[in-house]
Ligand binder design. Structure first.
Ligand code: BDR
Ligand code: CA
Length: 320
């Protein structure tokens, strides 16, 4: 079985941490690097979290690159209080992991994207699960990559349901709607894994208990990290039944699109200030154009996905 080359673009984050674990555990994935973003925390914190988690999972071979520290329309980024409430002050459920033994790569995340697109072409899948600032910057620097990359499956947006930051805006898109609009309107083949499907895909403490019972360092740490997130979902009344598997669902769909059903559209993102800021919606200007570039996931086989998720993560945590 030929593995697919994958780059994760993460604002690591509890569910981003689960996305790392899923990508490492799926035998069909060759994770060639992680590009870091700001979002759930500051860029430097998110990047360090990725290094720490890779080390916990025995994968110091995967390079981590620094992305951009704030949106393309601002000069600065502050972590939102709600991000700390959901992901902890340190982004990973306030669980303390050892300081990483290695540094970030010298090359920028934007240049890594461009190099990988030229090297791997259609074999390359990119999974942004934070703001789209880095990918938009890469497209701006080398527009040719839009025609090279195999697929971009991103976690973000909401088409058939309400947003989670405002009634129309999902958190990742809300961080940098202009960058997201540029990505949507490029030639990239995109799959949108938004709140439409991620809010249906829930994890509970029944599952994290299984990881803890493995008796390994990674099983315990991931159970503690994820329980913080499940508690936050409960206490903030986001969902009392469990936490949404936003980011790892995007990884699963990137490799196996049959986890979701989709509709094909040309999409845009509203980035003008006002009540619709951050909304992901069909692009009226292209309603009659052929070959829409965005597949929007609108339903998910959550039972089959959850089984794959648990099979993969149990196996990975058993070994580390
Ligand atoms: C998205 O926002 C972030 O807080 C999560 O990590 C996820 O990527 C959910 O809206
Ligand atoms: Ca994320």
């Amino acid at each position: 079985m030929a593995k697919r080359k994958m780059i994760l673009d993460l604002d690591t984050g509890v569910d981003d941490a689960l996305a790392i674990a899923y990508a490492l555990a799926d035998p069909e994935v060759d994770l060639i690097g992680i590009v870091s973003s700001y979002g759930n925390n500051l860029l430097d914190v998110c990047a360090e979290n990725s290094l720490k988690l890779l080390e916990l999972l025995g994968h110091t071979d995967i390079p981590v690159f620094k992305g951009l520290p704030h949106s393309c329309t601002t000069e600065h980024f502050d972590v939102m209080q709600v991000s700390k409430d959901i992901h902890g002050d340190n982004g990973i459920g306030d669980v303390e992991l050892p300081a990483p033994s290695r540094a970030l790569e010298e090359q920028s995340g934007v240049d890594f994207y461009i190099e990988a697109a030229h090297k791997y072409g259609k074999d390359l899948i990119i999974i942004p699960t934070g703001p789209m600032t880095n990918l938009a910057a890469a497209l701006k620097k080398d527009p040719e990559i839009a025609d090279l990359i195999g697929n971009v499956t991103f976690m973000g947006g909401a088409l058939t349901v309400e947003g989670n930051v405002t009634p129309v805006a999902e958190a990742n898109i809300n961080q940098d709607p202009k960058a997201a609009d540029e990505v949507m309107k490029s030639n990239l083949p995109l799959t949108m894994v938004g709140l439409d499907v991620t809010l249906r895909t829930l994890l509970t403490k029944n599952e994290t208990k299984q990881w803890r019972e493995l008796g390994t360092a990674s099983g315990k740490a991931f159970a503690d990290i994820t329980d913080f997130y499940i508690d936050a979902y409960y206490n903030l009344d986001i969902d009392k039944r469990g936490c949404a598997l936003h980011d790892p669902l995007a990884v699963g769909v990137g490799i196996d699109p049959s986890f979701v059903s989709t509709i094909s559209l040309f999409m845009k993102v509203v980035y003008q200030e006002g009540p619709y800021y951050g909304r992901t919606i069909g692009d009226n200007a292209k309603l009659n154009d052929p070959n829409p570039n965005v597949k929007v996931a609108v339903n998910v086989d959550k039972e089959r996905y959850l089984k794959a998720f648990m099979d993969h993560l149990n196996k990975l945590f058993k070994e580390n």
